[in-house]
Design a binder for this molecule. Structure first.
Ligand SMILES: Cc1cc2nc3c(=O)[nH]c(=O)nc-3n(C[C@H](O)[C@H](O)[C@H](O)COP(=O)(O)OP(=O)(O)OC[C@H]3O[C@@H](n4cnc5c(N)ncnc54)[C@H](O)[C@@H]3O)c2cc1C
Ligand SMILES: Cc1cc2nc3c(=O)[nH]c(=O)nc-3n(C[C@H](O)[C@H](O)[C@H](O)COP(=O)(O)O)c2cc1C
Length: 551
């Protein structure tokens, strides 16, 4: 769709703000790349997660770029909701944001019905509140051949072309060439003497992080079965009776650590081993690029500690990792890295990273001739993300305890070693008695309805986890019309919570239908079982029943 934009008013200064609302990290990378180019071209650019954004800044900032993914079925990322709800307030007049110029880059996947819903809604709301778009909305689509790289570089060009004439370049600022290295985000000052101590405990990544202890962690799939699935029981520390920590359907976040072996490997490749354990005082070099909000400033720590807790070295690198690596490489290596960052290099980049799922640690080893100064650690490496796990227990049935059902990610590609999940490898390394920080995500991804309407649940594999929590709660309130479709490969190998479901069936609280795909010659999946129960489903739905699908 093409539409005419009205002329944006000039900008009072060569500066702007980029707000991202990332769930899995793409939006952060896009926001940082947009900012990096701006800084090279003489713009003062601040990048913030939407959780750190003060809504008053809408009225005080001349230009804001929003980088917005759409999450589950058209929903906004939970961190974006407070801002979104504030913008929807009916009392806001149509000229409320008349002084604001804005741009939106939306991130989505066109295989979803509500494609890029959040970015589209945000653009419309900005327009209806009187803000002026400086450029048409950009849209990244996971379904494109190169994902977001198919559209983002072109959109970024359009964005800078549109804002450049809005303000004259300021003498002495910017206009660096592509080979100039932008300043590092942080400054590292070596701590001498005993004045400042390194705290071995990482700072909590959010204000509501709590400590938990592993009570039990057991493999539930048969020994030798291709998939290792663990039932994990956690005890929440400092839990007081009467306290409601979560509801059935909520999610527990775990922020993993990189293993000591992976950290050692990375330190060796990048050449930081000899300085890995020096205490450093870390501060932001400029207010445009503050430290991650959960870190104190100054933050006294070591490179080893940062690599263990704060950054992800086990994920597949995004394009900006190659941009930074190129900045510190020379010769053929630099040429290869710059090729990966170019439009023509995207097929090769996907072939090199995404297809084989090569990790940052492995790429760093291959490009170990790069001489990266340690103060670039937070530029080069993405932050460690917390991962969510559906809680499989209801709070009423498990006072102060939380159960999870975790599939340990381990698969093969053309790489010689198996690929492992960062968080699930960390979980698999834990033993009873180990402590770990956790956070309850109570934003209500899955909620039981009010009353006791019939429920149809479809949960293949570990997707069945939250249904155990829902069923415990349904039994507590005497709701007996529950139909569960569970999918696994084999009844004898990976039938999670088998005994508990059977007990619920025996007690008349559950109708259970299992599709074990490989227990017979013809593959049977949950969709086959669903059609076998069409009468019951129709009956449930015609009486206000609800369908829950998970996994
Ligand atoms: C709301 C919610 C609830 C969740 N609940 C659960 C739960 O109850 N139990 C559970 O186990 N997980 C659950 N997850 C998934 C969980 O958050 C993690 O994504 C998952 O455990 C992997 O994390 P990781 O750090 O080990 O893997 P990562 O290091 O993040 O790697 C995961 C990536 O590896 C790739 N990958 C994984 N397997 C393969 C494969 N076979 N072939 C090719 N590529 C592959 C995929 O690209 C995937 O994105 C849930 C996720 C959400 C959003
Ligand atoms: C659980 C989940 C649900 C999603 N739902 C939608 C959706 O409804 N519409 C859409 O356009 N994209 C959807 N996407 C795609 C994401 O918006 C896209 O992958 C985006 O790049 C993620 O950005 P982030 O990494 O910054 O969180 C979904 C992705 C996931 C993982």
């Amino acid at each position: 769709m093409v539409w005419a934009l009205s002329e944006p008013p000039p900008l009072p200064s060569r500066s702007f703000l980029v707000i991202h609302a990332s769930v899995t990290g793409t939006a952060v990378d896009i926001a940082e790349r947009l900012a990096r180019r701006g800084r090279r071209e003489g713009w003062a650019v601040t990048v913030k997660g939407v959780a750190e954004f003060n809504q008053l800044e809408l009225l005080e900032t001349p230009l804001i770029v929003f980088v917005l993914p759409t999450t589950g079925n058209g929903a906004a990322p939970p961190t974006f909701l407070p801002l979104w709800n504030a913008l929807l307030h009916p009392s806001l007049p149509p000229d409320f944001l008349e002084d604001l110029r804005y741009a939106v880059f939306a991130l989505g996947d066109s295989s979803y019905g509500k494609y890029n819903w959040v970015g589209k809604k945000m653009s419309r709301r900005m327009d209806s509140l009187g803000a002026t778009a400086v450029v048409q909305r950009g849209e990244g689509d996971d379904q494109n051949e190169w994902g977001v790289e198919s559209t983002f570089p072109g959109w970024m060009d359009e964005f800078y072309k549109a804002i450049d004439p809005l303000t004259p370049a300021i003498d002495g600022l910017g206009q660096l060439s592509i080979s100039d290295v932008p300043p590092a985000r942080i400054q590292l000052d070596k701590v001498t003497g005993n004045t400042l101590e390194v705290n071995p405990t990482p700072p909590p990544w959010a204000f509501d992080v709590r400590w938990a202890k592993i009570r039990d962690i057991e493999r539930t799939t048969a020994p030798g079965w291709y998939q290792d699935v663990r039932e994990v029981e956690l005890e929440i520390e400092g839990f007081a009776e009467e306290q409601v920590l979560y509801e059935a359907g909520d999610v527990l976040e775990i922020r993993p650590q990189n293993s000591p072996e992976d950290v050692d490997k990375f330190l060796t490749s990048i050449g930081w081993t000899s300085i890995a354990d020096h205490p450093y005082s870390i501060t932001a070099r400029s207010s445009d690029q503050p430290l991650p909000p959960h870190l104190p400033s100054p933050y006294v720590t070591t490179l080893r500690h940062l690599l263990t807790h704060e950054v992800d070295i086990g994920c597949v690198p995004r394009l900006s990792f190659f941009e930074w690596l190129a900045a510190f490489s020379g010769g053929d290596m630099e040429e290869k890295l710059r090729h990966f960052c170019s439009g023509e290099g995207q097929d090769d980049l996907i072939e090199y990273t995404n297809r084989p799922r090569r990790t940052i640690n492995e790429v760093m080893y291959e490009f170990r001739s790069a001489k990266v100064p340690p103060e670039y650690i937070l530029d080069l490496l993405p932050p460690m993300r917390a991962r969510g796990f559906s809680i499989s227990s209801s709070p009423a049935a498990h006072d102060g305890k939380v159960d999870l059902l975790v599939a340990i990610v381990n698969y093969r590609t053309l790489m010689s070693t198996p690929r492992k999940g960062v968080c699930t490898s960390y979980i698999a390394s834990l033993s009873p008695g180990d402590r770990l920080p956790v956070r309850f995500d109570t934003s209500g991804i899955l909620r039981l309805p009010a009353g006791t309407p019939p429920l149809i649940m479809v949960g293949p594999g570990t997707g069945v986890a939250p249904f155990r929590a829902l069923m415990e709660e349904r039994r507590r309130v005497g709701a007996k019309e529950n139909l569960l479709f569970f999918g696994c490969r084999s009844i004898s190998q990976d039938f999670h919570f088998e005994k508990e479901w059977k007990k619920m069936v025996d007690e008349g609280d559950l109708t259970l239908s299992v599709a074990a795909s490989r227990d017979q010659d013809d593959k049977i999946y949950v969709q086959h079982r669903i059609s076998e129960h069409s009468k019951m489903i129709w009956d449930y739905l015609s009486r206000g029943g609800l369908v829950y699908l998970c996994g």
